[in-house]
Design a protein around this ligand. Structure first.
Ligand code: THU
Length: 133
């Protein structure tokens, strides 16, 4: 895996943010990620008249990841409507952790942080493996 091109990820996240459907919050979000095979996946938030059913941008990204061949998330960058870095909500950190694990990097105002930092003591697939299913 070559160097992470954060500027390319930022452009992809901003492009995705511009496709957001956020008429209720008026808070568009875009997210983009580098996948282990080198491709880039992205997503935007999609709200609903039934407010609680709104989908965060990261949900769309994970769906895009699986629909285009799966793989692992290596580097993730999320932006708000101004293109500023956005720290994903707690639920979305869990979604990202599932598909990137503790070593995946997430861009923040303090530079790239590991998912282990962003979601400490995470519950994940390994925890299920420790019990009989
Ligand atoms: N939102 C995301 O898409 N991702 C996050 O990590 C934080 C919040 C969306 C949900 C809602 O459509 C809007 O931002 C305002 O909360």
């Amino acid at each position: 895996m070559s160097e992470i091109n954060w500027e390319q990820l930022r452009s992809s996240a901003v492009a995705a943010m511009k496709t957001a459907y956020a008429p209720y919050s008026k808070f568009p979000v875009g997210v983009a990620a580098l996948v282990s095979d080198g491709r880039i996946v992205s997503g935007c938030n999609v709200e609903n008249a039934s407010y609680g059913l709104g989908l965060c941008a990261e949900c769309g990204l994970v769906s895009n990841l699986m629909a285009t061949g799966g793989g692992r998330l290596v580097a993730i960058l999320c932006v708000d409507g101004q293109g500023n870095y956005l720290a994903p909500c707690g639920r979305c950190r869990q979604l990202l952790f599932e598909h990137g694990g503790s070593h995946a990097l997430l861009m923040t105002d303090d530079g790239p942080q590991t998912m282990a930092t962003m979601l400490p003591w995470a519950f994940g697939p390994d925890d299920l493996d420790r019990n009989e299913r």
